[in-house]
Design a protein around this ligand. Structure first.
Ligand code: SAJ
Length: 413
C-alpha cells in the first residue's frame, strides 16, 4: 500500500491534489520552486484563489499530513503537476517537466510510481522515462528477471478539473490513465481508485496525452464556431444571441456562447500542442485558435469606432477575469482589451471587477481606475461588458438607457 506522496508543483492542480490526498490520510510532501508560496502554504494559507481551497489547505497542514518545501523527498509516488506553457512560436515548452523530473530523479527508489498530471505534448511521458533512466542507470522500466527488482513505474493521468470547481471535480471527474506499460497503468489505477469516485479509464501514455489535448481543442473549436457566428451576425446586423437561442432548439445542435476571446491557461494553449505535433493535419484546430485570438482585437475596434463619436469618451469596462464569477486574470481577454484600449488612448477608462481589490500592475501603470460597476456606468458614455459575472445582474437597467452598450457576452439580452 502506498503511503507517502511527493507532489511537484503547488499551483492550481498540485496544491488541491496535495491537500486532498493529505486530508484522505496520505503523508504528502509538496514541492514548489516559489519560496513565497512554500512559506504561505506552510502557514496554512493559499497563494491562489479557488473556492474552499483555503479551508482544505489549512486542514491538511494542521493535521500534519501535508508539509511543503522547495526540495523533494523520498516517497512511494511522485506526482508532477507543473506548468506546460508554449513559446512565442506556439511550440510547447516542457522545461518545467524536465526540471521537475531532474529534481525528483535522485529520490526515486525501485518500486516507485511517477505520475505526470501536467497537460503535455504527445511523447512527454516517454521522455520522462528516458530522463530518469539517463540520470539513474541503476533503475529500469522492464520486467526481465534481472531488472524486476529495480524497476519503476511511470504513467500519465491528465488533470481535467475546471477552475472554480476544482475540489469537487478532483473527486468526481472520470480519469484517463495511460502508463508506459501495463503494470504502470495498473498501479496508477489502483492509486486513483482510492480518492476518485468517477470512472477510471485505462489506456497507454500517448493516448492519454492526446485525450487531454483533444478535450480542450474540442472546446476551443466549438467556442470558435460561436465567435465566428458573432462576427457574421455583426456583419449582417442579426442578433447572435437570439440566433443561437433559436438554433439550440434543434435536438442535435448545442452552440456555445461567443465572448471577447478565450482566456485561461488551458484552452488557449493546449490546441497548439496538437497543431505542433501534426501541422499539416490540424487545420481546423489551428483555424479555431486564430478565430478566437482575433476576437479581443475585434472588440477593441468596435469600441474605438463608437468612442470616435464623442469628444472625450468615457468607457466603463465591466469585468476583467478570464471567465464569470472568479478573480482569475490569467490570459484574460478582458485584461488584453482594457490594456489595448488604454494604449490606444481611446478615452478615459473605468474598470469594475468586483472579484479583485487591486488592478493588475499593467493597468495601474496605464492610469486605469477600478470602481464599483454602477459608479463606472454613471460616469461613462460607453459600457463595455466583458465578463458575465452574476453580480452584474444587480445593475439597475435604467442606468444603461442613455448609454452605448457593447455587450460581448450577451449578458444584457
Ligand atoms: N468561453 C467562451 N464561450 C463559452 C465557453 C467558454 O467564450 O461558451 C471562454 C471563457 O470565457 C474562458 C475560456 O473560454 O475565457 C475558457 O473557459 P472554460 O470554462 O471553457 O475552460 P477552463 O479554461 O476554465 O477549463 C478547461 C476545461 N476543459 C474543458 O472544458 C474541455 C477543464 O475541464 C480543464 O481541466 C481545464 O481547461 C484545463 O486545466 O485544461
Amino acid at each position: 500500500m502506498y503511503k507517502k506522496i511527493c507532489v511537484i508543483g503547488l499551483g492550481y492542480i498540485g496544491l488541491p491534489t496535495a491537500s486532498l490526498l493529505a486530508v484522505k490520510g496520505y503523508e504528502v510532501h509538496g514541492v514548489d520552486i516559489n519560496r513565497q508560496a512554500v512559506e504561505s502554504i506552510n502557514q496554512g494559507e493559499v497563494h491562489i484563489y479557488e473556492p474552499d481551497l483555503d479551508i482544505m489547505v489549512k486542514a491538511a497542514i494542521q493535521s500534519g499530513q501535508l508539509h511543503v518545501s522547495s526540495e523533494p523527498e523520498e516517497a512511494d509516488i511522485f506526482i508532477v503537476a507543473v506548468p506546460t506553457p508554449f513559446q512565442d512560436d506556439h511550440k510547447p515548452n516542457i522545461s518545467y517537466v524536465y526540471d521537475a523530473t531532474m529534481a525528483i530523479a535522485p529520490y526515486i527508489r525501485p518500486g516507485n510510481l511517477v505520475i505526470l498530471e501536467s497537460t503535455s505534448p504527445i511523447g512527454t511521458t516517454e521522455k520522462i522515462v528516458n530522463w530518469i533512466l539517463e540520470a539513474r542507470t541503476d533503475l529500469s522500466v522492464s520486467e526481465t528477471s534481472h531488472s524486476i527488482c529495480n524497476r519503476i513505474y511511470v504513467a500519465h493521468c491528465p488533470e481535467r478539473v475546471m477552475p472554480g470547481q476544482i475540489l469537487r471535480e478532483l473527486v468526481e471527474n472520470d480519469r484517463i490513465i495511460g502508463g508506459i506499460d501495463s503494470p504502470s497503468t495498473k498501479k496508477t489505477v489502483e492509486f486513483y481508485k482510492q480518492f476518485v469516485s468517477g470512472e477510471i479509464l485505462e489506456t497507454n501514455a500517448r493516448t492519454a496525452e492526446m485525450a487531454k489535448l483533444t478535450e480542450n481543442s474540442f472546446r476551443d473549436v466549438n467556442i470558435a464556431f460561436a465567435n465566428e457566428l458573432s462576427l457574421i451576425c455583426d456583419h449582417l446586423d442579426i442578433s447572435v444571441w437570439e440566433l443561437i437561442r433559436l438554433a439550440n432548439h434543434h435536438p442535435r445542435v448545442q452552440i456555445l456562447q461567443p465572448g471577447p476571446g478565450v482566456g485561461g491557461h488551458c484552452i488557449a494553449v493546449d490546441p497548439w500542442f496538437l497543431v505542433d505535433a501534426a501541422p499539416e493535419q490540424a487545420k481546423l484546430i489551428r483555424t479555431a485558435r486564430i478565430v478566437n485570438d482575433y476576437k479581443p482585437g475585434y472588440v477593441v475596434d468596435r469600441v474605438s469606432e463608437r468612442a470616435g463619436r464623442f469628444k472625450s469618451p468615457v468607457i466603463a469596462c465591466l469585468g476583467l477575469a478570464f471567465k464569470a464569477n472568479m478573480n482569475d486574470l490569467r490570459e484574460s481577454p478582458a485584461v488584453k482589451i482594457v490594456e489595448h484600449l488604454s494604449k490606444l488612448e481611446v478615452g478615459t477608462i473605468y474598470v469594475a471587477e468586483p472579484h479583485i481589490k487591486e488592478l493588475p500592475e499593467s493597468l495601474l501603470l496605464m492610469h486605469v481606475s477600478l470602481m464599483a460597476a454602477e459608479e463606472a456606468i454613471r460616469k461613462s458614455d460607453i459600457v463595455l461588458l466583458l465578463v458575465n459575472h452574476d453580480v452584474f445582474k444587480d445593475i439597475d437597467s435604467n442606468l444603461l438607457k442613455e448609454k452605448i452598450v457593447i455587450d460581448t457576452r450577451g449578458f444584457f439580452n
